[in-house]
Design a protein around this ligand. Structure first.
Ligand code: AMP
Length: 445
């Protein structure tokens, strides 16, 4: 089946031949809907507010025109000095930073532009050395970027283009203060691009502050989920979830499964259990070193690791083409996270399935998710794993013996998002935005 965007070609945008060549080598033949809309908008030089979730091809949507604009007007270092950093791409997580910088390298491989990744969790000194050389495009997470600013090893005074990627997640992670500090360091005259999968009032406020008469693009309905994904819920007792997961993986011979848990401790325990049951698994979460996270992700991507168990934050930015199976071992506390999790599968035209193991404690969470995505999820009891009707619901524990279901500090902003009634109205500022992606066709399954 051809993807629904198969009527355009990259050459229609006026991108340079070198960029087209690199894109062609990536195997892309047609632009995705977000690319069809974002590329001309960014090339035109104005600000952009884009509602697009991960998996839509948004990275190329902003990277390709940025590369074109920067290479079109090559800047030399003033009076023999170093050339300035001209584009800043801010992202919420290290994994996403790696992903985006890799895309910049791939799409810009025939251009004379240099990019750099700037993330925490690794030694700062090599980054300081790197900054002494030429860097045109900087892909950074906010915390480490501010470390450099404090150490006076970084100047952002000549940034021409700013991208806030996955802005909703940045706010969820409590980065708003850091973002404001960073914005204050940028020149007033610049192009701003804001990408977000969901739209809370906070995002709208940020957009109102940051953007000047932005072009509005929306390729996925608010909080929409990929239509290519099949969703199923398996009701099961809380004490039998891991057994059921091992059973499903073995029975269906799933070879590449991304599993979500609510806590870091839970991720570790589950990975240990699966490995002990001959299902090679590793956990990634915030307490793991960057090296361990990168290694686990690399093994998972190449297919040598069967199961990657992740917490929501750690999984952000994971991009594996055609990831077939995502399992919610536990439902997320915040319904929007279901959308983010499912964004890992059924990406850019491929199909996938999302399996949720739901125990009696999680019924409220399930209702919240169904309300958000405006769809009832199919429920299927697996023979041999029928829930015991005598088991009573218990409060959900977040973290090791932590308070039950209390919203954490980082979720404060999400509480607001959460409280918004899923009215289906367009986010303010998206007046004329038309849905054009596969995510909006209402092909519920
Ligand atoms: P993103 O939403 O930017 O994370 O991209 C999701 C996935 O889609 C990545 O694996 C990209 O390599 C892939 N992709 C991006 N643009 C295209 C395209 N025009 N055709 C096919 N795949 C694409």
């Amino acid at each position: 089946m051809l993807p629904p965007w198969s009527f355009m070609s990259f050459s229609t945008f006026g991108l340079s031949d070198k960029i087209i060549r690199a894109v062609t080598e990536c195997g892309y033949t047609e632009p995705t809907p977000i690319q069809s809309q974002a590329i001309p908008a960014v090339l035109a030089g104005g600000d952009l507010l884009a509602g697009a979730q991960t998996g839509t091809g948004k990275t190329a949507g902003f990277t390709l025109p940025i590369l074109h604009r920067l290479s079109d007007k090559n800047v030399k270092g003033s009076s023999g000095g170093r050339a300035p950093i001209r584009a800043l791409i801010l992202v919420p997580t290290r994994e996403l930073a790696a992903q985006v910088e890799e895309s910049v390298c791939n799409y810009g491989k025939y251009l004379k532009l240099n990019s750099m990744i700037m993330i925490g969790g690794v030694n700062i000194n090599p980054q300081i050395s790197r900054l002494r050389g030429r860097v045109d495009i900087l892909v950074a997470t906010p915390g480490r970027l501010l470390d450099h600013v404090q150490q006076k090893t970084l100047s952002l005074s000549q940034i021409e283009i700013l991208v806030l990627d996955e802005a909703d997640r940045m706010l969820d992670m409590g980065f708003i203060r850091d973002i404001k500090k960073i914005l204050a360091l940028l020149p007033k005259k610049r192009q701003n691009l804001l990408f977000s999968a969901t739209f809370s009032d906070e995002i709208q406020a940020l957009a109102d502050n940051l953007l000047d008469k932005p072009a509005l693009i929306e390729v996925a309905r608010r909080n929409a989920i990929a239509e290519m994904v099949t969703h199923v819920v398996h009701p099961v007792d809380r004490g039998r979830k891991r057994e059921l997961l091992a059973h499903l993986i073995k029975q269906h011979r799933w070879s590449q499964v991304l599993v979500f848990t609510r806590t870091k401790h839970g991720a570790n325990k589950l990975a240990e259990y699966l490995t002990a049951n001959n299902i090679p698994s590793l956990a990634i979460h915030g307490n793991k070193s960057q090296t361990a996270r990168t290694r686990a992700l690399a093994e998972f991507k190449t297919g040598s690791l069967q199961v990657l168990v992740a917490t929501d934050i750690a999984a952000r930015g994971i991009d594996i083409s055609e990831l077939p199976h995502v399992v919610n071992f536990e439902l997320p506390n915040v319904p929007e996270d279901y959308v983010h999790r499912i964004g890992r599968t059924g990406r850019a035209g491929s199909e996938g399935d999302a399996v949720s193991l739901v125990c009696i404690d999680e019924h409220k969470l399930l209702t919240g998710i169904e309300r958000l995505i405006k769809r009832e999820l199919t429920s299927e009891v697996i023979a041999g794993f029928e829930p015991d009707p005598s088991i009573k619901a218990e409060p959900i524990k977040n973290g090791r013996g932590g308070p039950s279901a209390a919203p954490s500090a980082r979720n404060k902003s999400r509480k607001q998002t959460n409280n918004q009634k899923p009215t289906g109205r367009k986010p303010a500022g998206f007046g004329g935005g038309r849905s054009t992606s596969r995510s909006s066709g209402g092909r519920g399954r």
